[in-house]
Ligand binder design. Structure first.
Ligand SMILES: [Zn+2]
Length: 640
């Protein structure tokens, strides 16, 4: 008998002891971070006051109660009963039975109507059919990513269960180490922006946090071969934790599966979907540019299959001695500040990932309230001493002026933007300005992945700001579905028609003009002085966006050195509107630390160029009298 089986036997005895005698416990199992209890009396356990809560407290585990096979009404019969129970206006689209877990997934347009008051309808369903109902919202905008991910995970259900059970055994293995230390190693994003990656290790476990690429610097990848990282083999890692989907944090995660890693990835559900979208696009761009991608689409699917989605605020065991809690980071949809609790109160470290301190139209500001935290690893993108951004309301006014001027000239407004985050923020600004009459209502064309990324946002309204969530969910005024937003889906022919037509706004990728449909738009619109290009995001050194911003007035498109190279002389107006960044500015970073509860003892300033991390590090030291560092890559800190 393995030690994991012994542990389970012991836990089963404990569960039996803690539950009333009339409840039969058939078996218990680990699935990922959860302890699953199988019982013919699942309904009673779920409904009787306090049973699950008590078990969770006594066992210090997340508990999931599931019915045994005999307790399940056959699917055909169950389908009929469920359909009768749920009110018609819930808009049920699909019922899907998972025999292994005893769950029935109910996809509906209005989950609230399926759930009922205080869960009354759900209770009625499980009492009647024995299956545990799980409600899934039909995205208000069709998203191929969301449906592809859902279908794929459904298809891989059996293998996923094996993965979860293996992960569960790993997390609950008996601990062997008798020493006590915590170390943190930097594998990238120190004194640079890009290739975010860290290793958090104890004598017992090893966690990889983020694994990104460095935009514009092919081949500069995280130091995964370092002795602290994968040198001991890919499965010396207990877990991968992903703060958010941007490629400078997520691009190289699939390569771990190519190397043979088969452990879990912990992140939020929206980050999982956005990560899939962006990684597949990353492969697409690489092959279009004639580069050999570092992994294949199969490894992107492997990453999805191994992802265990977490909700904000849920404390989760990810290793025998490490608990992870994710909190809203305010940066993009699903982005998280990741808090690690190590040992029984031994040490606490929080990784900010990328943060936005203030509320934006799309998201609440970053959470900085924790039970305990000794070390903070803090991003420093705008940590330089002059990195102050304009207030968003001022930025919006400037943008409205730019649009009004271009409209009066009968021109087009071309806005390059990142598909995820900035585009949705701008859509909200434009929709409101048009609704209030601050700018004329005109078509807003969405080109590239923007529409798809927006659809993913509407599939996860609970991650958006309260007022926006209400608009998407309950009042038929989803701003993203406003009439003026139109998808460009007819290629260059459609673009030509748009260019020949009335004034319009064009939101298009890529955000730094490094490729994608914005290049076609430059060809079509660039030589007409009545048109305007408006930059709303950071333009990195070395990108075409930065060159245009600096006044370069001739650009080469297409095969830049070959015979098909095409020169366009730029006569369109060029404007820069600050203040729409997804990152906290210098003031925001200081405020995040100043109002943080509790104040950490130590801060590592990372994810910024050398002067930014340096200046932020010394400012925080002077202002708050705490130990601060701006580490290089490949440094290791002993935290405890
Ligand atoms: Zn980011």
């Amino acid at each position: 008998m393995s030690s994991a089986d012994e542990t389970l036997d012991r836990i089963k005895a404990q569960v039996e002891e803690e539950t009333p005698n009339d409840i039969e416990i058939e078996s218990v199992a680990f699935e990922g971070p959860e302890l699953v209890i199988y019982t013919p009396d699942a309904q009673t356990v779920a409904n009787r006051d306090g049973i699950v809560r008590n078990l969770a407290q006594t066992l210090r585990k997340r508990i999931n109660v599931r019915p045994t096979q005999e307790a399940l009404v056959p699917p055909n019969e169950a389908r009929a009963r469920i359909t009768q129970t749920i009110p018609e206006d819930a808009g049920v689209q699909n019922l899907d039975f998972d025999r292994q877990t005893g769950e029935v997934f109910i996809e509906a347009e209005k989950p609230g109507r399926v759930i009922g008051r205080h869960g009354a309808t759900l209770d009625e369903i499980s009492a009647s059919v024995g299956w545990t109902p799980e409600v899934v919202r039909t995205p208000p905008m069709e998203s191929s990513t969301v449906s592809n991910v859902r279908n794929y995970l459904k298809q891989e259900r059996e293998e996923r269960r094996d993965i979860l059970q293996r992960v569960g055994r790993q997390i609950n293995r008996p601990t062997t180490a008798d020493e006590d230390w915590v170390r943190l190693t930097t594998l990238g994003c120190c004194r640079e922006v890009g290739r975010a990656s860290f290793i958090l290790s104890t004598p017992e476990s090893r966690i990889l946090i983020d694994c990104g690429d460095k935009p514009g610097a092919e081949g500069e990848v995280p130091y995964l071969q370092a002795p602290e990282a994968l040198a001991a083999g890919p499965n010396s890692l207990d877990a991968v934790v992903l703060t958010h989907a941007h490629l400078d944090h997520s691009a190289l995660i699939p390569i771990l599966f190519k190397y043979g890693y088969d452990g879990p990835i912990y992140t939020t559900a929206p980050t999982r979907d956005l990560m899939g979208l962006l990684q597949l696009d990353y492969l697409d761009v690489a092959s279009k540019e004639g580069r050999t991608p570092p992994y294949e689409s199969q490894q992107v699917r492997d990453a999805l299959k191994h992802t265990i989605p977490l909700e904000f605020g849920n404390v989760t065991d990810i290793a025998p001695d490490i608990k992870l809690t994710m909190h809203n980071a305010g940066h993009i949809l699903g982005s998280a500040v990741c808090h690690f609790h190590i040992g029984e109160g031994r040490y606490n470290v929080a990784f900010s990932g990328d943060i936005h301190y203030k509320d934006t139209r799309l998201l609440d500001g970053a959470v900085n309230d924790f039970p305990r935290v000794e070390t903070l690893v803090l991003e420093s993108t705008y940590g330089g001493k002059n990195d102050y951004q304009t207030d968003q309301s001022d930025s919006e006014r400037v943008l409205r002026d730019v649009i009004n001027e271009a409209y009066e000239k009968d021109g087009k407004i071309l806005i390059p933007a990142f598909a995820v985050g900035r585009s949705q923020e701008l859509m909200l600004v434009l929709e409101e300005a048009m609704r209030k009459g601050d700018i004329p209502t005109m078509p807003v064309y969405l080109d590239g992945m923007i529409r798809e990324a927006t659809a993913i946002h509407t599939a996860y309204p609970e991650y958006l700001r309260e007022d926006l969530r209400q608009r998407i969910l309950y009042e038929d005024e989803n701003p993203f579905l406003a009439e003026q937003f139109e998808q460009v889906d007819g290629g260059d022919e459609m673009r030509q028609d748009i260019a020949d037509d009335e004034p319009a706004i064009i939101l298009t990728t890529s955000g730094m003009v490094t490729g994608g449909p914005v290049m076609s738009w430059l060809r079509l619109l660039g030589s007409d002085p009545d048109n305007t290009m408006a930059f709303v995001g950071y333009q990195a050194e070395g990108t075409l966006g930065r060159q245009i911003q600096r006044g370069q007035d001739e650009i080469t498109l297409g095969d830049t050195s070959g015979p098909r190279a095409e020169r366009v002389s730029l006569k369109m107006g060029v404007e820069t509107v600050d203040g729409f960044s997804g990152h906290a500015d210098r003031q925001g970073l200081e405020s995040f630390v100043e109002t943080m509860h509790p104040r950490p003892e130590k801060i590592l300033c990372v994810h910024g160029d050398e002067s930014s991390t340096n200046q932020l590090s010394s400012a925080l030291y002077q202002k708050f009298n705490m130990r601060t560092h701006n580490p290089k890559n490949l440094e290791t800190f002993r935290l405890s």
